[in-house]
Unconditional design. Structure first.
Length: 708
């Protein structure tokens, strides 16, 4: 077959209905070979005939969807100058839309003699084609019908973080063939569970094609489960496809999004642009390293043989060159426009904003997103820290961004175990963290509140273990955080003690209620609503097994917790005072209105009914506190411009180990107060009425919600 010159754009393999255009960027290559593979795996190589602005391109008139391909890139192998070209290595197209299967770990993946890693300056001529998955030419057509992004307002959003495989792998309500797949997540039974909870968005752990079998896990007979070892930013991971047919993962992913959208649920992707699976100078050569190492990676300027690592994964993508920024933007736009996703959570986001090492809130990465007419309109969530010097940047992201609020997690955990540093810290976190986000013009939705996430203890383990138990990872209980702000309620791990079990259940209800009723956007870790445990493993990234997969029998074992979660979720949805769009002002914002009650929009009280003083805010011991939320003082109108009003509520928090007598503040007026939620029990509230000044017993380690 003769290749025609073709076009430099678009990058990747583009089928036009007759043939396929191939285009690959490499500024430092001397030649690029397109490698086509037949059904038997036989390889045929073609030199790409043209190069335009560092883009190597050619058009194959007879190549159709389903064709397997890869690249071999020629150039100098000079690691000390930052170049690692090696034509013996088949490479994955950075713009491939689909990839067939997994990388098979072995010595042929390395561009140097693997048995002598100290000699990475010596090139290896061992061919790796048998170990590298092949890229697939795809047909992008799909019948979306009327599907589009849902654009659910931030203040209405509740996020459910989950894993495509783990969510349905053991769900007997699904056909066995689709469990643990995109199709499984799209199944009516899976969607019914999400709908019953009232979540409005799922945040999926990485689905970009990743390296499932890295060497350090192969040696331990484990696998990469979470997927934070990306090797391509366009292709959905093939291992989550139910059909097993090469390329069908693209169509299945689209069908999943379409089904979730039809149910009113948005899809947010956890994306990893900060590093790749190619690791450091001793890592494998899979794609970017062999295509244009010096462009794609952040190299040590004094010793380009080595990589700057602010991710803890061996390398960091260089988010400064125009081509790398284009890669990121093209990828993100593809997932929005072609795959219809609703937003992104950026893993270790500060790594993408480092220019000349320092994290810069005005970095080019933010610029390309903020000026983009598509990307600037989707949900953007930052994990606001990386592992480099000065990498903790919570509260410092630009106006379009929301952030995982690690301070909310830490403060609420400490509060409910009775070890809060300052009472004011808890009040700030519950009020949406205005000290972190209001100053730069953001709204309460900038705070993505969470108690637990994939990285760390599950909620059941948070109240059952003081220490991590990661022995199953095979590294002597190393890895994972050692300071978890957890409390086992008196016994480490499993127990039959009914008092401890009752306390653990109450603590889980405390956490769920605090999460869902705080200002900001709540994010629930999938499975927490039904007591999912990882037996104390707080770093289950390599546990692709029953330890990480959802045990759906928990729906019956922990039916009370599941129903409590659903009830509090409904309660939040019914009352706009718990999902305000603007900050509390701490003043009477109704002044002058006919129905003004003369009260401030938020008030904090001691158990005796007096207001918390300035001195008390600095107290560190965990103690009972109450907060009044004024339903008549909601400052933002509805979508038609009409005033929004709600009931008023008094939330009584008692993290102490003893019951506390609490008095309804007389300053709140003469109305009576009814119990709506009480975490010391799991049944419905509404059975107890209190009047102003009347004492109420606030049960130890519990939260009670009163409605006026």
């Amino acid at each position: 077959m003769k290749l025609w010159p073709g076009c430099p754009y678009p990058l990747g393999a583009t089928w036009d209905g007759k043939g396929t255009n191939f285009a690959l960027y490499s500024a430092r290559a001397t030649a690029v070979e397109l490698c086509l593979f037949d059904a038997a795996g036989l390889e045929t190589r073609y030199l790409l005939p043209e190069q335009t602005n560092y883009i190597w391109h050619g058009y194959a008139p007879d190549v159709q969807p389903g064709q397997h391909y890869g690249y071999r890139v020629r150039g100098p192998y000079d690691p000390e100058a930052g170049d690692r070209f090696n034509p013996a290595k088949l490479l994955i197209d950075p713009y491939a839309r689909a990839i067939a299967g997994d990388v098979q770990f072995g010595p042929d993946l390395f561009s140097y003699p693997w048995a002598a890693p100290e000699k990475d300056l010596t090139i290896s001529e061992t061919d790796n084609a048998a170990s590298i998955p092949k890229c697939i030419v795809t047909d992008s057509s799909f019948e979306w019908e009327s599907d589009r992004r849902l654009e659910i307002p931030w203040h209405e959003t509740v996020i459910y973080e989950t894993h495509v495989k783990g969510f349905t792998r053991q769900d007997s309500d699904l056909p066995a063939a689709i469990r643990g797949t995109y199709a499984g997540l799209a199944h009516p039974a899976a969607i019914a569970h999400l709908k019953s909870l009232g979540v409005t968005a799922i945040e999926l752990l990485p689905i970009h094609h990743f390296m499932r079998f890295p060497g350090h896990l192969v040696e331990r007979e484990l696998q990469n489960y979470w997927g934070y070892d990306t090797i391509n930013f366009f292709a959905p991971y093939a291992g989550y496809s139910a059909s097993g047919v090469d390329g069908q993962q693209v169509r299945e992913f689209k069908q999943m999004v379409k089904a979730l959208h039809a149910a009113g649920i948005e899809v947010i992707l956890d994306v990893v642009y900060n590093h790749t699976a190619e690791g450091n100078h001793l890592g494998p050569t899979l794609s970017f390293k062999g295509i244009d190492n010096a462009t794609y990676y952040w190299l040590d300027s004094k010793q380009p043989r080595y990589y700057i690592d602010v991710t803890g994964c061996g390398n960091s993508m260089n988010a400064s060159p125009a081509q790398v920024l284009k890669l990121f933007a093209d990828s993100l736009r593809y997932w929005v426009e072609d795959m219809h996703v609703d937003g992104f959570r950026f893993d270790l986001a500060p790594a993408l904003a480092r220019e000349l090492f320092e994290v810069d809130s005005l970095a080019a990465f933010f610029d390309i997103i903020h000026q983009d007419p598509v990307l600037s309109t989707v949900k953007l969530i930052a994990e606001p820290w990386d592992l480099g010097e000065g990498g903790y940047h919570i509260g410092n992201f630009p106006t379009l961004w929301s952030e995982w609020n690690g301070k909310f997690r830490d403060t609420v955990r400490d509060f409910w175990r009775g070890k809060c540093d300052r009472l004011s810290e808890f009040a700030l976190r519950f009020a949406g963290s205005p000290d972190m986000y209001e100053i730069n013009g953001r709204r309460p939705h900038a705070s993505i509140n969470f108690i637990t996430c994939h990285d760390g203890f599950t909620l059941a383990d948070l109240v059952s273990y003081n220490d991590k138990h990661n022995e199953a990872n095979g590294v002597g209980n190393e890895g994972g955080a050692s300071h978890n702000r957890s409390w086992n309620c008196g016994v480490e791990g499993e127990t039959d003690d009914p008092e401890i079990l009752a306390l653990r259940q109450r603590q889980q209800r405390n956490f769920i209620a605090t999460l869902l009723l705080a200002q900001g956007v709540p994010m629930l870790l999938g499975g927490d609503e039904m007591g999912r445990s990882q037996l104390g493993n707080n770093n289950a990234y390599c546990q692709d097994n029953e330890l990480s997969w959802f045990d759906w029998l928990n729906r019956d074992r922990h039916a009370d917790l599941l129903e409590f979660t659903r009830r509090v979720m409904r309660f939040r949805q019914q009352h706009p005072v718990f999902r305000r769009r603007k900050w509390f002002q701490g003043e009477d914002i109704q002044h002058g209105q006919p129905d003004s009650d003369g009260l401030r929009d938020i008030l904090w009280f001691n158990p005796d009914g007096t207001e918390v003083t300035d001195a008390q805010w600095e107290e560190s011991e965990g103690r009972a506190i109450a907060v009044f939320l004024n339903g008549r003082a909601i400052p933002t109108p509805d979508e038609r411009g009409d005033r929004v009003t709600d009931s008023s509520f008094l939330l009584l928090f008692n993290p102490e180990h003893e019951d506390v007598e609490c008095h309804i503040p007389t300053v709140l007026g003469e109305g009576n107060w009814q119990v709506e939620i009480a975490t010391y029990r799991d049944d419905e509230g509404g059975q107890r009425i209190y009047s102003p000044g009347q004492p109420a017993t606030l049960v130890s380690r519990s939260l009670t919600v009163l409605q006026q």
